[in-house]
Design a protein around this ligand. Structure first.
Ligand code: NAD
Length: 455
């Protein structure tokens, strides 16, 4: 498999992918090691993961360089990703003991009742490329802490980072036979669905997630899905500082080139402040430095995948055909690498694909709304349900909107943000289940109920 640098289109590495036999071998290794791994003390597993966090910290530059070279994100954003991953590991380590402890429910002379939380077994983690450290760690760290063994399949676009994570985990003291990277694309992913894993944890698109969910249903094992989004942001007319709101919204839409599940993908602005907001937003986006992701100060690098360019062009053409107007950008950039201009569209509506389909690129539609109820109606008019943001000076006004939004996360005066302490969960086509938080630790264990009657 050739690994291509999306900024230069050069081949940076060639890897031998796994095949059916090697994937089976890794699976059997992991299955065999489960019983000894689950019997290690939780404190020992925590020590290994804390050690991994400190090794990541020491290797931040090396990891960020590999990440930038294979996915094209600006170097500073790669560093930020790894720093965020370290914080998540530490949070998960600090909170695992409370979540995995035995729970006593009744203890008297006639009866005892308690719950043990046992690991699921050997789990399969099929992952995405856009934040390989963050989305990988969301799954394999709590899975390993809970005593599971893990087959981790990084995306074919983030394989070098996947292998780097494996190397650092091993150097942190993780036994090799409890964590194995599976190298390859969707064909090897498909092979993993045919093996009898004790749980499937997937991060990626709705279409693949739906396929996997259906394919493994008969196995009756947990299948958790973290899928896409079409996340809306609403700017109410009481915001005090339109410039800073426009900057924050633009960052939410264009950070990582819009390739985040929780990127802002649609903006609704109260008609009273629409014109000044649009002016500030365009000023901000026009100021972004475009260039090689390794260059100082670059905010927009290449897209990770070449195929995204014609996809964005089609979405934009569809919008133009239906009456949209381009305020900025709108086309691929004529240079080596998968570059696309940051694009702002107005006079958009919900007949257009750009307002309904996940774009996963540096493209945003901005729409004028007459009041909060109009905004709520449009924000909910989507098959996705990941996040929704409201910018307003008034928390009650925002809370009223939040009570009507069908999303797993809501943001007041912020966006495109994840906290290790809060559940990361989608509704509707954005997925099933949660990572992070207590819920994301609990996702990797199963309860066993003990009813003990003294003889
Ligand atoms: P994708 O669905 O194309 O691929 C994801 C993974 O699935 C890859 O490892 C791929 O090799 C594998 N795969 C593809 N077909 C398969 C099959 N038939 N059987 C088994 N495995 C298969 O998604 P992507 O392009 O890597 O990621 C982008 C998507 O991920 C976006 O929709 C984004 O919103 C979503 N995402 C969601 C979250 C979240 O937390 N909700 C986080 C990051 C990304």
């Amino acid at each position: 498999m050739n690994i291509i640098n999306p900024a230069t289109e050069e081949i940076i590495a060639t890897l031998e992918p796994d095949n059916k036999a090697s994937a089976l071998h890794k699976y059997e290794l992991l299955k065999k090691s489960f019983h000894s791994w689950r019997q290690t003390k939780l404190t020992e597993r925590i020590d290994i993961m804390k050690n991994y966090a400190s090794i990541l910290e020491k290797n931040i530059e090396a990891c960020a360089c590999i990440l930038t070279t294979e996915v094209g994100k600006p170097l500073q954003q790669s560093r930020n990703e790894i720093k965020g991953a370290i914080q998540r590991i530490l949070w998960l380590c600090d909170n695992a003991p409370a979540v995995y402890r035995q729970e006593w429910m009744r203890q008297d002379a006639s009866f005892k009742e308690y719950i043990d939380y046992e690991p699921l077994g050997t789990i399969c983690n099929i992952s995405a490329w856009n934040y390989p450290y963050l989305v990988g760690i969301n799954v394999y760290v709590p899975a390993l802490l809970a005593g599971n063994t893990v087959a981790y399949k990084p995306s074919e676009y983030a394989l070098l980072s996947g292998l780097q994570m494996q190397k650092l985990l091993y150097s942190a003291g993780l036994p090799e036979n409890v964590f194995q990277v599976i190298v390859g694309d969707k064909h090897i992913g498909e092979e993993l669905l045919n093996l009898n894993f004790d749980g499937y944890f997937f991060t990626g698109s709705y279409s693949t997630g739906k396929y996997i969910y259906e394919k493994v249903a008969y196995k009756m094992v947990p299948c958790q899905l973290e899928l896409g989004g079409k996340d809306p942001l609403y700017v109410a007319d009481d915001v005090s500082d339109i410039t800073s709101v426009a900057r924050s919204a633009a960052d939410g839409a264009f950070y990582n080139n819009g390739q985040s599940c929780c990127s802002v993908e649609r903006i609704y602005v109260h008609e009273n402040i629409y014109e000044p907001f649009l002016h500030e937003f365009i000023q901000e986006v026009a100021s972004y430095k475009i260039g090689l992701p390794t260059e100082q100060g670059v905010y927009i690098g290449p897209l990770t995948r070449r195929a995204q360019i014609p996809f964005l062009e089609e979405q934009i053409q569809d919008a133009l055909n239906k009456g949209a107007k381009i305020m900025l950008g709108g086309k691929r950039i004529d240079r080596k690498g998968y570059y696309f201009e940051p694009t702002v569209l107005v006079e958009v509506n919900h007949e257009m694909r750009i307002m309904r389909e996940e774009s996963f690129g540096p493209v945003i539609g901005i729409m004028k709304v007459k009041d909060d109820e109009h905004a709520i109606e449009l924000m909910n008019d989507t098959e996705y349900g990941l996040t929704g943001s409201v910018y307003s000076a008034n928390i009650e006004r925002a809370q009223h909107i939040f009570s009507k939004l069908n999303t797993g996360t809501v943001y007041w005066n912020c966006c495109d943000r994840v906290s290790p302490a809060l559940p990361w969960s989608g509704r509707k086509h954005s997925g099933i289940g949660s990572t992070l938080s207590f819920a994301g630790l609990r996702a990797f264990v199963q309860p066993k109920a003990f009813h003990l009657k003294p003889a």
